[in-house]
Design a protein around this ligand. Structure first.
Ligand code: S3P
Length: 437
């Protein structure tokens, strides 16, 4: 496909972003582990990733009604199906890494599989603690497909140096379903805490402590007794594309409404403000997940160094789009300690290189670090090989809008993983473009 930007708007605009993917997934996953009841999820994201999670709930016997117009899902417990055959998690790491714990904890047998990207992603970070808890997998269980055999889980103390919300959250789910007095999750660097916030709303008391250089989550409670209704706020990671686009669009002033502003997600705002971006944040008061409006104005940016391990998980999905902001800053930027980017939906450090090459710049990259110097120019490429990674496709399209150059893309269907209305949203605020074969 060839994408070509035809018109770039300016002036004041307002936009809504899609519902948060992490919170939408968790609203289903956490209700699956509750003992009884029914729940309605309002403003849920209906994208390929969350539909995979919803499909799993159906497969194990939940009665699910999806209202696409109202963006609601109603779920009710049915008779639990204990052998689900092969289940395809498509592209969704969040789905597979959580349902593995759920299957082990609820003693459900089956084979978990995914698309070619998910098959390459490491699962050992989940299967290692599940094995220690007593789970039985066929073979090494490091990569999909993975066969989950029947298991009974026992609570353990687990220590990790990974800063992964998927690992933390999957461990908490498994522990809530396991036997024993207590489990502990010991970790160095915090990651997104939606699971903890939502479990609190479901009446689960997690205890937080510090042990030497590790933070600790102590789990004593068992699984939630009742299912719970949730309303999902806007997705900050989807807003990130429009935040960077507004900064790089001359004369633009964009208001993004009702977006999740959980501090464990908004590291990008801290970095962009440090780079000189003109951003105002209007937080709404309330309990549970924080949300509010953001106003972003076109700004000139300076380079920045990111090496603080605490900020990286707070913006882990935003490095591709931040790379674009760095590419159009007036000085060099450096990013360190981001080895995790290599095991996302694609090797995102290599994909950042592709996007920079399209912008006519080189990327200097080593194992877990890279440097973006806008002065290190080269002949621009015309194609970005996205490997179908949703965040890379959207970043590449922004690069084409900003450089005003035609972009050749392999396949754009990956956008449906997190932001099916991405093109509609671009149009809504006045960006005009042409897509041709
Ligand atoms: C997610 C956590 C992050 C993130 C992913 C969604 C979640 O992954 O990259 O897109 O919903 O828990 P890690 O926890 O593996 O860093």
């Amino acid at each position: 496909m060839i994408f070509e930007s035809i018109y770039t708007p300016f002036g004041d605009h307002t936009i809504d972003v899609p519902p948060d993917k992490s919170i939408s997934n968790r609203s289903i996953l956490l209700n699956i582990i509750a003992q009884s009841g029914r729940a309605k999820i309002k403003n849920i994201l209906l994208s390929e990733d969350t539909l995979a999670t919803i499909a799993f709930a159906k497969r194990i016997g939940f009665d699910i009604k999806v209202d696409e117009n109202k963006k609601t899902v109603s779920m009710k417990k049915g008779k639990l199906i204990k052998d689900i055959g092969t289940f395809d998690c498509k592209n969704s790491g969040t789905t597979v890494r959580h349902i593995m714990s759920i299957m082990c904890g609820l003693d459900i047998k089956g084979v978990l599989d995914g698309d070619s990207s998910l098959r390459k992603r490491p699962m050992q970070r989940i299967t290692s603690f599940l094995k220690e808890m007593g789970a039985d997998f066929k073979g090494g269980a490091d990569f999909l497909p993975i066969e989950v055999r029947s298991s009974r889980l026992n609570r353990i103390d687990f220590t990790t140096d990974l800063a992964s919300a998927q690992q933390k959250s999957s461990f908490i789910l498994a522990s809530l379903l396991a036997e024993g007095e207590k489990a502990t999750f010991n970790f160095k660097v915090p990651s997104r805490d939606h699971t903890e916030i939502m479990l609190k709303e479901m009446g689960i008391n997690l205890i937080y402590d510090q042990k030497d250089s590790y933070r600790q989550i102590l789990i004593k409670d068992k699984r939630p007794s009742e299912m719970k209704d949730f309303t999902v706020p806007g997705d900050f990671s989807s807003a990130a594309f429009f935040i960077v686009l507004a900064i790089l669009t001359p004369g633009m002033c964009l208001k993004i409404k009702d977006v999740n502003l959980n501090k464990s997600r908004t590291g990008l705002l801290d970095v962009l403000i440090q780079m000189g971006a003109d951003i105002d944040i209007f937080q709404k008061k309330g309990s549970g997940e924080e949300s509010g409006d953001i106003i972003i104005r076109h700004s000139s940016l300076k380079g920045v160094n990111i090496n603080n391990k605490e900020i990286i998980p707070r913006m882990i999905d935003e490095f591709p789009v931040l790379a674009l902001a760095m590419a159009f800053a007036d000085s060099k930027s450096r990013v360190e300690n981001v080895g995790e980017l290599r095991v996302k939906e694609s090797d995102r450090i290599e994909k950042i290189r592709e996007i920079l090459n399209f912008c006519g710049m080189e990327l200097l990259a080593e194992k877990d670090r890279y440097e973006i110097d806008p002065a290190r120019t080269k002949k621009p490429s015309e194609v970005v090989d996205t490997s179908g990674d949703h965040r890379i496709i959207m970043t590449a399209i922004l690069a084409a809008i900003i450089t005003k150059r035609k972009l050749k893309l392999d396949d754009i269907s990956g956008i449906n993983v997190s932001f099916p209305d991405f093109f509609k949203s671009l149009k809504e605020i006045g960006y005009e473009y042409k897509c041709s074969d």
